[in-house]
Structures are given as structure tokens and as C-alpha cells.
Design a protein around this ligand. Structure first.
Ligand SMILES: [Zn+2]
Length: 429
């Protein structure tokens, strides 16, 4: 995944501190660098760390709480009551730990979030050793960490200040959607993001109902309304972006809006099929995302999302040649980095970039034999084939085990939360 898309057999990477010094043939690197430590993985493919461009990480604790429901029923009858009764600082911390554990073990090195108490999410993420772009949610009703959007914006500004130059955390503002915020709130979010030079994360055109409602209310599609209000005037990550027409895609391309495509979520909630091929053809960067695990996915496995992104585009176009494996891997790496404004830092294995790298084993049955690495990575590999993960030059997963955090403690906490959540829902009835 370097700028020339080289595939090296018997390759090597030299790293120093958080950075990649060189990438090349093994013999060449061995000749030019005397490593203080050498690590050898002969039966592996080394890929850039995968980038999850849309998640709600603490919702890992609500995994599968209500499946096979309509989005509105799912939100109103299950998610909002469960969140109202359970989401606290500690919930966000432990939910993030669980999510980070799952993400790092499955090859994700950077993720993008939209939730509450993002400073707790940042704390847990740093302890786990992951990289993240964390969006403090702004929404037009009282939520766990704020009574009003004004309170949420004040929290966001504090969050920006606290993590302004953090090596792993990029704070962001995340107005939930056009239909859950006023014009004034959305514009204040944009202003704040630009003032601190941070990204804005928002759900856009996820459902047909959202589009129909906005057209009825404003006479225009969500993309056109957001554009007219200046919400795209700065780094923006738009999640889903399903119900868009050619004019919307042209607008998004002109404003260089990053797209987070979430195939599992879009299929499971029957939200629709995003016109990813048209978006890519228009020059948009399209990353992949898992969305939250409470009922719209239900895991954080990016290898699976790459696989589904390719297959969904093929069946949509009724053409197996579209969105090949290589493009799917590009979406989860270089495109992901681009939409987060981090192209100069992550997304590929190149000298000068940060050492976010994932080893996938090639000696398990499901990846043997391997004729083409792109095919192996996207269509055959599973999360369990991830063995070793480096983030910011540090080994955070060794032999499929986390290095910094303790699985047993995190899983025990998750079980405790499960009991508490069941109890809170029974009290609500
Ligand atoms: Zn979402």
C-alpha cells in the first residue's frame, strides 16, 4: 500500500521510535540498517494497520441487545432506554476497553468514534495503545454527558484543549445528524472544529426516511442543506451516505467530504446500498466502517467489512469485476487515512509514516494456499489470522494476545455490565 502499490515478497521494514525509516527487499534493508531488535515473521503478510472510519465504541457493551429490528424501533425501544439507564463515564471507559481489545486483535490500528464522554474513551484508547479520531456527540436532546447541545459544545471545546497535540488521539466534534440538530447547532459545531482545526463527524443520508423527511422540511436533500449551511466547509467525515443522487455526489466531491461506508450496518438495518462506485469515480475518498455493535453489525472486524464492501458493490452493479480486492484494501487503509486528514501519517507502509502495521498469518487453512495477497487479505483472511500489531511503533498485540491490557479483566467487566443492563431494562417495563 505504498504510493506505487508495490507488493514485496521477502520484504522488510525498518522502524525507529514511532516512525518507519525504510521499506524494501529484505536483503537491502538488512544491509542498510542494524536493528537493535529484529523480528521475523516468515509465514505472514505485513499490511498497514486497518482504519475503521465509523464506530460507536462503548456500544460494545450493548452488543446484540436488539437485532432484526427497524432502525427507529431499535433506537426508540431499545437503545435510547438502555443508554439512558446505563451510560456513565465508567460504562464508556470499559466499553472502549472491550472495543479496543476486539479492534486490535482483528487488525484495526486507528478508529473513528462518535459517542459520549469522549475524554473517557480517549483515556481507555491511550491505555490500550490504539490511535483514534474521537468525536464528541452533539444532539438535540438531553444525553448522558450533557443536557443541551450548548453543554455538549462546551465539553467538546474542553476535550479539544485537553488532547490538542496528543500523538494517538485526534479530538473531533460529532453532530449526530441533520435531523437531530438545528442549523445553529450545526454551524456552531463547524465553527468550533475550524477554530481548532479538527474534523467534524456526522451521519448523512443513512435512511430513505431521513431523506424524504428532509426534502419535505427543507425542499432539498440532506447533502444540499448541509452544504448550503456551510457544514462541509472544513474536514468532514460523513457516515453512510446512501441516499444520494449525482448532484449530491458532485457536491460532496467539490467539498472533499470523506465518506465512511458501513456495509454490514447498511445491510443488517436494510438501510440501502451506498453508491460507492459512483462516489469513488467522482474522486471521493471512501473508507470503511463497522458502525456500532449493538444491533447494526455486531462486531468491529474490518477485514469482514472490506470483504462485504467488495461483494455488496458487485451484487449492486451485477458485475463481479467492480470493486476488486485491491480497492477494498485501499478503502480500509489509504482512503481511510485520507478522510481523516492523516494521509501524511498513516494508511500505508512508507518511509516517514508512523509505524502502524499488522501481521496476518498465512499458515492457517483458510488462507492456504495464497496466490494473490490482496485476494488472501480481503476474501480469505479472518480476524483470527491477525497475529502481531504495531501502533505508533509499539507492539500492542503479540502472538494474538494484547500486550498492554488484560483480556480477562475487560471481559469480566463486560459480563457485569450485561447483568446491570438486563436489570435496568426489566425495571423500565
Ligand atoms: Zn453510526
Amino acid at each position: 500500500m505504498d504510493s506505487q502499490r508495490r507488493v514485496l515478497t521477502d520484504g522488510a521494514v525498518a522502524i525507529e521510535g514511532p516512525k518507519i525509516l525504510a521499506v524494501g527487499p529484505h536483503a537491502e534493508i538488512e544491509r542498510e540498517y542494524k536493528g537493535a531488535r529484529r523480528v521475523s515473521h516468515p509465514n505472514s503478510i505485513l499490511i498497514p494497520g486497518l482504519i475503521n472510519t465509523h464506530a460507536h465504541i462503548p456500544m460494545s457493551l450493548l452488543r446484540g441487545i436488539a437485532d432484526d429490528k427497524r432502525l427507529q424501533d431499535w433506537l426508540e425501544k431499545f437503545i435510547f432506554p438502555a443508554e439512558a439507564a446505563n451510560v456513565t463515564r465508567e460504562f464508556c471507559y470499559w466499553g472502549t476497553m472491550l472495543g479496543c481489545l476486539e479492534m486490535m486483535l482483528s487488525g484495526t490500528t486507528t478508529y473513528t468514534d462518535m459517542y459520549y464522554f469522549e475524554e473517557e474513551i480517549a483515556r481507555a484508547t491511550k491505555l490500550a495503545g490504539l490511535r483514534a479520531v474521537l468525536g464528541q456527540t452533539i444532539i438535540g436532546f438531553p444525553v448522558a454527558d450533557a443536557k443541551t447541545p450548548t453543554d455538549s459544545l462546551a465539553r467538546t471545546e474542553d476535550f479539544f484543549k485537553k488532547f490538542t497535540n496528543d500523538p494517538l488521539i485526534t479530538p473531533a466534534v460529532a453532530p449526530h445528524a441533520l435531523y437531530t440538530n438545528t442549523r445553529e447547532t450545526l454551524q456552531n459545531c463547524r465553527k468550533l472544529a475550524n477554530q481548532y482545526n479538527k474534523p467534524l463527524i456526522i451521519h448523512v443520508s443513512e435512511t430513505k426516511r431521513e431523506n424524504d423527511d428532509m426534502i419535505r422540511q427543507h425542499g432539498k436533500s440532506p447533502v444540499q442543506v448541509l452544504n448550503e449551511w456551510g457544514i462541509f466547509d472544513g474536514l468532514t467525515v460523513a457516515a453512510h451516505v446512501i441516499w444520494v443522487d449525482d448532484a449530491d455526489i458532485a457536491t460532496l466531491a467539490r467539498k472533499k467530504v470523506g465518506i465512511a461506508h458501513c456495509p454490514s450496518s447498511n445491510m443488517k438495518l436494510a438501510s440501502g446500498i451506498a453508491p460507492v462506485l459512483k462516489q469513488l469515480a467522482a474522486g471521493l475518498h471512501v473508507g470503511v466502517g463497522t458502525d456500532g455493535p449493538a444491533g447494526s453489525n455486531n462486531d468491529f472486524h474490518l477485514i469482514e467489512e472490506m470483504d462485504l464492501a467488495a461483494k455488496l458493490a458487485k451484487v449492486h452493479a451485477m458485475d463481479p469485476e467492480v470493486l476488486p480486492a485491491k480497492t477494498a484494501l485501499e478503502m480500509a487503509t489509504v482512503h481511510g487515512a485520507a478522510i481523516l486528514g492523516m494521509s501524511d501519517k498513516i494508511g500505508s507502509l512508507e518511509a516517514g509514516k508512523l509505524a502502524d502495521m499488522v501481521f496476518l498469518r498465512t499458515d492457517s487453512p483458510n488462507v492456504t494456499p495464497s496466490f494473490d495477497p490482496y485476494s488472501t487479505i480481503v476474501y480469505a483472511a479472518k480476524a483470527a489470522d491477525v497475529t502481531d500489531v504495531y501502533i505508533h511503533g509499539e507492539l500492542v498485540v503479540r502472538a494474538s494476545k494484547p500486550v498492554r491490557i488484560k483480556s480477562a479483566e475487560i471481559l469480566a467487566q463486560a459480563h457485569n455490565y450485561q447483568k446491570q443492563i438486563v436489570l435496568s431494562l426489566s425495571k423500565n417495563k
